[in-house]
Structure formats: structure tokens, C-alpha cells
Write a protein that binds this ligand. Structure first.
Ligand SMILES: Cc1ncc(COP(=O)(O)O)c(C=O)c1O
Length: 383
């Protein structure tokens, strides 16, 4: 049996050919492939607009800037996420405020967020960054209601969940990042994600003003649109109107993204099959707590189990060349965030989850045979 990682990209001949085509073309960066990728992605997700950027972290940074986060502004997020979901607030000098997770879904607990909002005067918190952790879509309809009550914006960190959805109170599917409830949503195209660009990210929104601002911030704050220039000296003229960045995606990466996107639905279907196999295999095993709650619409970037004796299981699997992972070490316990006063026991659900969680191999090309080997190896460890 070959080594089995927890996640892996799948690059086809078609993907390679699309990249080679760009390499032979006139544009390597910010050419026609960017707009093509943005349009196709927005259509897939169900948002009005999409802005392609260098990576998911750059996407978060630009969202924070477009919402005018200032030093000292307080923004709430989950401790069970990748550090970037919190770091973006710090880039603008804002304060990250963590709230505990729901122990069943592992998502930011709306009740804990409400407790925070209620405990301070309105306006204390500027925004909320809920995360569709592991691919499970967070109920943004409920978060929107709460956010409106307290004048907060929402950035949905949907890096784990392109194609994921939740069912709203009208019985409609609400796809992650579709902009129905959040001002902005972000995605990552890191190789272990659903769509691989090497590095890459996308921001989706239904808000035209934010869309225009994001486009400007992505390229140094430079505007070339003749209708929007303050002066105009001629055909060459442009103006730097905001302090922006070079957060562009290249056409090479966008071509790969377009090609990968064509396979996204089929691959999501395979992820869901793999998840169902794990769920069935572990349903009656007392040593494993599998996923609970409604799993409809889960995007399964990760398949997480909770177990006793996690460290020894992790090492046992490694010995058998099965490379699982832990997602995530709670962000509030990172040395950087501890400097702000966050400490152990601040978030019992997140910390208890961290002590027990393990992400099993989950990627579309994982074969049934490989998955059976993973399940057997786990069962043998406990039996
Ligand atoms: C939840 C979450 N947010 C943000 C990011 C950042 O994305 P990137 O690695 O593309 O910068 C990641 C990537 O790992 C992520 O998992």
C-alpha cells in the first residue's frame, strides 16, 4: 500500500493542457483567464461577483480592508480554524475576539457570539467571521439576524466548503459563499482544498460597491477606468487612489482553477461517498465519536473523528503509512494570541475537541481499498 495522506490534489491531463495553453499565450498574469475563472466560480457558488486573488489569506486581508477595519475594532471568530481567519483582523490592527464552538458541529456557537454581543454596548463589535469548518456550512441566516441586530458585518470563511450548503428557514438550499447573508465570503485554492491552483483565493459578494473596492485593492489601489479618474493625461494614465497590494492571481493559476472547477461537482460527490463509508464504518464503535447533527450539504474538506488516546492512534496510523492530521490547534492558544491574554480553559469546547480530534484521509482519489485499510487499521488499534 502506498502512503495515504489526509488530503491530496488531483491534477488531470486536461488540467495540465489548460496550463500549457496559457504558457504559450500572450498573458501570464491578469489576462483573460482571470475574468473567465471569476465568472465561472461566481456561477458555481451562486454569487453575483467574484474577485480572484493570490491566496485565501490575501482574500481575507482585502475583505477586512474593504470593510474599513481600523486599529482597535473588535471582530469575533472561532478558535477552531486556520490562523488566517483571525490574523486578517490583526493585519488592520483590529482586535480578535474568540467565541467557543458548538461541541456537536465544531462550528462557531451562535449562542456564545450572542452572549458577547449582549454583554457590551452596541457598536463594540464591528464584525463576525464564521467559518464553514471542515466543509459543514454554518447557518448564516441565523448569524445575519444577529449581526443586523448589533450592526455587524459578516465575512464567511468558506475555504473548506465550495459546493457546501445549509437549508434555510424557507427550506431553500443556501450555498456557501452565495452572498445571501454575508457581505463577503472567501475561498482558498491551496492544493488540499476542493479546487487546486497551487496557491490561489477568491472573494465572492453580491455587493457591487465592495466588489469594485476589492478589485482596486487587489492591484495596488490603481484605477485605469477613464470614467473614474480624477485627472486624465492620456491613454497611458492611471491613478493610485487607495493603498492597495499586489494580490493578483496569475492566468496560469486561473487556467488550472477553471479546469479544476469543471470537475468540482463530481469530486464533491466522491467526497460525500467517502464520508458515508466512514460514517457507516464507525457508527456502532464506542471508541469513536463520528460526525453528528444534520450532514446534508456538508462539503467534506475534512472528515473529523473524535477519539480517546488520539496521540497513540496518530502514531500507530503513521507506522502504517497513514498520515492523518489535527485540525486545528485552537488559535487562541497560539503563542502570538496568548500575548493578548487568551489562555488555556478559555474555550472548553474547542479545547476538548482539540484533545480528541483527528482528520482522516479525505480526497476524491482515495480508493475504496485504501479507505478500507484506514478503517481496518483504526479498528485494530482499539480492538
Ligand atoms: C479556514 C481557512 N481560512 C483561510 C485559509 C487561508 O488560505 P490560504 O492558505 O490560501 O492563504 C485556509 C487555508 O488553509 C483555511 O483553511
Amino acid at each position: 500500500m502506498k502512503p495515504i495522506p489526509y488530503g491530496k490534489q488531483h491534477i488531470t491531463e486536461e488540467d495540465i493542457n489548460s496550463v500549457v495553453e496559457v504558457l504559450k499565450s500572450d498573458f501570464l498574469t491578469q489576462g483573460p483567464k482571470i475574468e473567465e475563472f471569476e465568472k465561472a466560480f461566481a456561477e458555481y457558488i451562486g454569487s453575483k461577483y467574484a474577485v480572484a486573488v493570490a491566496n485565501g489569506t490575501a482574500a481575507l486581508h482585502l475583505c477586512i480592508l474593504s470593510l474599513d477595519v481600523k486599529p482597535g475594532d473588535k471582530v469575533i471568530t472561532s478558535p477552531i480554524t486556520f490562523a488566517a481567519s483571525a490574523n486578517c483582523v490583526r493585519y488592520a490592527g483590529g482586535d480578535v475576539v474568540f467565541a467557543d464552538i458548538d461541541p456537536e458541529t465544531y462550528l462557531l456557537d451562535i449562542n456564545k457570539v450572542e452572549e458577547l454581543l449582549k454583554a457590551s454596548p452596541k457598536g463594540t463589535y464591528k464584525g463576525i467571521i464564521p467559518v464553514d469548518f471542515a466543509g459543514r456550512a454554518i447557518d448564516l441566516e441565523a448569524f445575519r439576524k444577529l449581526a443586523d441586530e448589533y450592526d455587524c458585518w459578516i465575512i464567511e470563511d468558506a475555504c473548506h466548503a465550495p459546493g457546501g450548503y445549509f437549508i434555510d428557514t424557507k427550506g431553500q438550499k443556501q450555498f456557501c459563499g452565495n452572498g445571501s447573508f454575508a457581505e463577503l465570503a472567501i475561498f482558498s485554492f491551496h492544493p488540499v482544498k476542493h479546487i487546486a491552483c497551487g496557491e490561489g483565493g477568491m472573494i465572492t459578494t453580491n455587493n457591487k460597491k465592495l466588489y469594485k473596492k476589492l478589485q482596486l485593492l487587489r492591484t495596488h489601489g490603481i484605477n485605469k477606468d477613464p470614467d473614474l479618474l480624477i485627472e486624465n493625461h492620456g491613454g497611458w494614465y492611471y491613478e493610485m487612489q487607495e493603498l492597495g497590494f499586489n494580490y493578483r492571481l496569475t492566468d496560469i493559476q486561473a487556467a488550472l482553477g477553471i479546469s479544476q472547477l469543471k470537475q468540482a461537482e463530481a469530486r464533491l460527490k466522491r467526497r460525500r461517498e467517502i464520508a458515508a463509508n466512514y460514517t457507516n464504518a464507525f457508527i456502532d464503535k464506542s471508541f469513536i465519536k463520528g460526525l453528528s447533527g444534520s450532514l446534508e450539504g456538508h462539503g467534506y474538506h475534512l472528515y473529523v473523528i473524535e477519539v480517546e488516546d488520539r496521540k497513540n492512534l496518530y502514531n500507530h496510523l503513521r507506522k502504517n503509512k497513514i498520515f492523518t492530521q489535527v485540525h486545528y490547534i485552537p488559535v487562541h492558544l497560539m503563542p502570538y494570541y496568548k500575548k493578548f491574554g487568551w489562555k488555556k480553559d478559555d474555550f472548553p469546547n474547542a479545547e476538548n475537541y482539540y484533545n480528541r480530534c483527528l482528520s482522516l484521509p479525505m480526497y476524491p482519489t482515495l480508493s475504496n481499498e485504501e479507505q478500507e485499510f484506514v478503517i481496518e487499521t483504526i479498528n485494530k488499534f482499539y480492538e
